[in-house]
Ligand binder design. Structure first.
Ligand code: UD1
Ligand code: CA
Length: 445
């Protein structure tokens, strides 16, 4: 039977105290709403409708056309919100999965279990419950003597006895589509002036139909985000899951507590992540590397057997056996070929350093193409910017750049050439020649 899904994300999230809509606050690098969308896709939803209201545009700009949108311009409750998606789904038969955009910690298996349970349920819905340590704020699950669920009572409407109930509604449902649309028509207005989705349970029971229940074994999964304290707690849980997955796949983490890795990062076997390391975005790290301590890497590709110590890398590419740091910085477009060595206090931007090239100390290399086995002396600077434009520097294989050389771009240093310490190179240097002085001139022997 075909599966569609609805994700409720129209609420404002007042308690976040933010101009940013609640579901756009990230954990582990991705906005909250993304986790529900990914779960919907992972369990095979053909069509997903995100119900938006507050900051609708932000959510739509972020999620794009992976999903459809329904606008709920006035937030009149969860039942009303689901109804807003009806125009998108009225021709879909089969099952409809309903989730909230502010509950990011559900595992795919849990959602799958709800869908599977509904597939074999002869009643019109399956819902998720959890036995909560602290039931405060949740809808309580009412069961009859036979143990069958008969209703969900929202806390505001619960009697003191009902408030003692520990089993609560975790707000993931799978419905028979046709039944859902009819039932929503019959949901009464609550004393709070909202249409509660939870009231459809009583409707099913009154029709004598079966409400199937899946009970989550891990309470953590059912956590909803209402405040920034919840956001930080969810971040901790999600972060640990990412680290656990990587550790089980063969990555060593010396100190998970001080290791921050976003969901989109991949790391090869036998790589060691030292403490206080932050790996962000679409970073890919190969096998047998040692990364950190004190390292921040964003959207960077790193090959095998690399060593990155106390450095900051962004949108860069390291091939194999690269050794860098401490205190090195790679910016966008830095590409270090096999066996490059980059020592302390260097910066590389939009440049290629060829195989075996060494840049030991205090250099800035920007807009440069550098060959193999080049020695870049301490304090070398590519003067690539004239105040208006960036200019290229080209350095051939086996060049020796003396300490404190200024390479005033555009400039080309031919293969095998050398510059003396303190040279200011303003003109191209032919292959094999030596230049010295300010401005640099060819040394004649
Ligand atoms: C809901 C459930 C409660 C459950 C709890 C936690 C109802 C009536 N109650 O309560 O039983 O224990 O979640 O799982 O469903 N939203 C809209 N439009 C609206 C109202 C809400 O899109 O008009 C969205 C919100 O953005 C949010 C979600 O629905 O993502 C939940 O809404 P909220 O008002 O926080 O429900 P709870 O009071 O937490
Ligand atoms: Ca809530």
């Amino acid at each position: 039977m075909q599966l569609s899904s609805i994700i409720l994300a129209a609420g404002k999230g007042t308690r976040m105290n933010s101009v940013l809509s609640k579901v756009m606050h990230p954990i582990c690098g991705k906005p909250l709403v993304t986790y529900a969308v990914e779960n919907a896709f992972d369990v095979g939803a053909k069509k997903t409708v995100v119900v938006v209201g507050h900051s609708a545009e932000e959510v739509q700009n972020y999620l794009g056309d992976r999903v459809e949108y329904a606008l709920q311009s006035e937030q009149l409750g969860t039942g009303h919100a689901v109804q807003a998606a009806k125009p998108n789904l009225k021709n879909e038969t089969g099952l409809i999965l309903v989730m909230f955009g502010d509950m990011p910690l559900f595992r795919q298996e849990t959602i799958q279990k709800i869908v599977d349970t509904q597939r074999s349920n002869d009643g019109p819905l399956t819902m998720l419950t959890v036995v909560a340590q602290d039931a405060r704020g949740f809808g309580r699950i009412i069961r009859n003597e036979a143990g069958k669920v008969t209703a969900i009572v929202e806390e505001a409407q619960a009697t003191p006895e009902q408030r003692l109930i520990k089993e609560v509604n975790a707000s993931v449902y799978c419905f028979e589509a046709d039944w859902l649309w009819n039932a929503l028509e019959n949901v009464p207005l609550s004393p709070k002036g909202e249409y509660y989705l939870t009231d459809v349970v009583e409707i099913a029971v009154s029709e004598g139909r079966n409400v199937a229940v899946v009970t989550a074994d891990d309470e953590m999964e059912t956590m909803g985000i209402n405040t920034r304290i919840h956001l930080a707690e969810a971040e901790t849980v999600m972060r640990r899951r990412i680290l656990d997955r990587l550790m089980l796949s063969g990555v060593t983490m010396i100190d998970p507590a001080s290791t921050y890795i976003e969901a989109g990062v991949s790391i090869g076997m036998d790589t060691v992540i030292q403490p206080n390391t932050f790996l962000y975005g679409s970073t890919i790290i190969g096998e047998n590397c040692t990364i950190g301590p004190n390292t921040i890497i964003t959207d960077t590709k790193i090959g095998d057997r690399c060593r990155v110590l106390a450095s900051v890398l962004e949108k860069a590419h390291l091939e194999d056996d690269v050794d860098m740091g401490p205190f090195a910085r790679l910016r966008k477009g830095a590409h270090l070929a096999n066996h490059v060595h980059m020592g302390n206090f260097g910066e590389v931007k939009d440049s290629y350093l060829g195989e075996g090239t060494k840049m030991g100390h205090f250099s800035y290399i920007g807009n440069a193409t550098i060959g193999k086995d080049v020695n870049i002396g301490a304090g070398t600077i590519t003067c690539n910017y004239d105040g208006e434009k960036k200019h290229p520097t080209v350095i051939g294989d086996d060049v020796f750049i003396g300490s404190d050389t200024m390479l005033v771009a555009p400039v080309t240093i031919g293969a095998g050439a050398k510059t003396g310490a303190g040279a200011v190179v303003t003109k191209d240097v032919p292959e094999g020649k030596i230049v010295i002085g300010v401005p640099a001139k060819e040394l004649r022997k």
